[in-house]
Design a protein around this ligand. Structure first.
Ligand code: ZN
Length: 316
């Protein structure tokens, strides 16, 4: 006779199984629901500045104990956060890897949109020069709206909340009670400096390559990390990609010289000894001839760990 599994027992059993799984992964139980302290959300996973119907311009969210650390701010990042269910006022830190518009176009906008959504607390922004000037000029450009909302809607002054910090070299970036952030310089000509960031969180370590060609410095930064979020280029498709634009020859040279093939991204993951390689900032971002399985198959011979092809909104 089959044992009767009541819903109550099933739920209790499931919770126990999840708790066991959670403790193995360093997660913890809160009110009977197992949660990871650190959640990575792949907000937008395409490379390149064109707006697209799928794979938005680069942005990644790290949520640690419900505090938002944002890595890059491609166009549409605030909307991607809303779609992911991440409250905008939880924004605490922003990290910009480099000043290409597909990584920074909504840097000021996401702060403004967090503010109009109720942000009243400090935001620190970290990235290469001229981040301080960009921050100042953004607020200058939007002074009319900001001042109007303070006077008319009773909002707190925005400018004093935001503190920009310029980074030009490898080393420690910041540390608080939840994360320790370290940067290294990567090679993304002609954009200098270009940065990769490592986040050592309570239960996981996560590294973001930023944009780079194959980088030994990145492999060193990522040594032993749980997740490496690495940009990936499908070299054979570059001709099709650049054929859409009049500056094809120079664009092709930039793409090849300053990005990492999917095969080399896997080699960097192997050299670093990471557990999981997450392919993001995919170039091309929207070529239907290149399937997710093809990205994985290209990486697989060079890396034995878990390989994930990121999609917009994917939580890891
Ligand atoms: Zn770039």
């Amino acid at each position: 006779m089959r044992p009767v599994l009541t819903r109550r027992r099933f739920v209790a059993g499931s919770a126990a199984a999840l708790a066991a799984l959670g403790s193995r992964r360093g997660a913890h139980a809160r009110g009977g629901v197992v949660t990871k302290r650190t959640r990575l959300v792949m907000l937008a996973t395409g490379g390149g500045p064109r707006p697209r119907t799928e794979r938005g311009n680069t942005a990644h969210a790290l949520v640690v104990d419900n505090v938002l650390y944002l890595v890059d701010c491609g166009s549409g990042v605030a909307r991607q956060l809303v779609l992911a269910g991440i409250p905008l006022p939880t924004l605490r830190h922003i990290f910009i890897t480099h000043h290409h518009s597909d990584h920074n176009l909504d840097y000021g906008n996401v702060i403004m949109q967090a503010w109009v959504s109720g942000l009243r607390t400090r935001v620190d922004a970290w990235g290469p020069p001229p981040l301080e000037k960009m921050t100042r000029l953004y607020f200058e450009m939007n002074a009319y709206d900001i001042d109007t909302r303070i006077a008319d809607e009773g909002r707190v002054p925005l400018v004093p909340l935001v503190h920009a910090h310029e980074l030009s070299q490898a080393g420690p970036v910041m540390q608080d009670e939840r994360v320790k952030v370290t940067a290294t310089l990567v090679d993304h000509p002609p954009v200098v400096p270009a940065l990769a960031f490592r986040f050592d969180c309570p239960d996981r370590s996560i590294v973001f390559s930023g944009d780079t060609n194959k980088s030994d410095a990145l492999a060193r930064l990522a040594t032993g990390a749980d997740l490496l979020v690495h940009e990936a280029l499908w070299v054979a498709a570059v001709d099709r990609l650049v054929a859409r634009v009049p500056n094809a020859a120079t664009l092709k040279k930039h793409i090849i010289d300053s990005h990492t093939s999917v095969e080399d991204a896997a080699r960097v993951a192997a050299a670093a000894g990471v557990k999981t390689l997450v392919l993001s900032h995919l170039v091309p971002a929207d070529d239907p001839a290149i399937t997710e399985q093809m990205w994985i198959d290209a990486a697989r011979p060079h890396f034995k760990g878990e390989i994930i092809v990121a999609r917009d909104g994917m939580a890891l």
